[in-house]
Design a protein around this ligand. Sequence first.
Ligand SMILES: NC(=O)c1ccc[n+]([C@@H]2O[C@H](COP(=O)([O-])OP(=O)(O)OC[C@H]3O[C@@H](n4cnc5c(N)ncnc54)[C@H](OP(=O)(O)O)[C@@H]3O)[C@@H](O)[C@H]2O)c1
Length: 241
Amino acid sequence: MKNILITGISKGLGLELARILLKQRYKVFGINRTISDELKKLKEKYGEKLNIKMFDLTDSKKSKELLLGDFINLDTPLHGFVNNAAIAYDDIVTNINYGKLENMYKVNVFTPMILTKYVIRNMLLHNIKGSIIHVSSISVHTGYKGLAMYASTKGALEAFSKNTAREWGIKGIRSNSLVAGFMETSMSSKLDDEQKDRIYKRTSLKIPTDITSVANTIEFLLSEKSNSITGQNIFVDSGTI
Ligand SMILES: NC(=O)c1ccc[n+]([C@@H]2O[C@H](COP(=O)([O-])OP(=O)(O)OC[C@H]3O[C@@H](n4cnc5c(N)ncnc54)[C@H](OP(=O)(O)O)[C@@H]3O)[C@@H](O)[C@H]2O)c1
């Protein structure tokens, strides 16, 4: 049984990933602020295989306790970490609000970096060749009006991931970014049909990115099937052009 830490499993991609992992030989440790009905059902079905912590990832300073406290401690060997939770503060650059920007950076970048620190320490302690996956966004590579600030947080993660891979590859620890295209989740629900159509027209498949396809690719990156893949950006984006 492998222990995997995932942020943001109450809905969207994180929930789908938790479902896929729980069907297999994985124990899931999920962090979010709320517990959705779907997550409650998973807990009823899987019991001790699923551990949930309610925590607000804006609290970067306290996040260390997630890995050194009663949720996960040093007796729990970690085999994987999926940095999935994120918020998207969208607006045009000339409207940037410092408070909103700072908040997004805490959730999307600062807390994930601190969590990565303690995840790697845990993997080193247990001599585990673990796998770290940061969920990034196609907006880093193509650019979308209104997403400059959000895309900048994901660009930071891609750089962090690549450099983490360099630093810890010597111990067999891998780090990759999963670059997702636009998926139909609560995050993209604010977009109207016309905006969505414009986005999908920029893909080869002309359809939204399937969250199950993204989640299955993350599972592949967590597994030994991908043990020579590190420091990469893996695109699952309906072929965005
Ligand atoms: N949707 C897209 O089109 C798209 C495209 C490219 C990349 N992505 C990326 O894919 C990942 C998953 O996104 P999604 O579309 O599944 O988003 P989503 O449906 O909005 O889910 C986000 C998850 O993150 C958690 N979360 C958000 N803020 C949090 C906080 N402060 N503290 C703790 N947990 C928090 C949420 O849980 P609670 O609300 O319960 O706290 C939820 O479980 C994100 O990294 C996103 O940037 C999404």
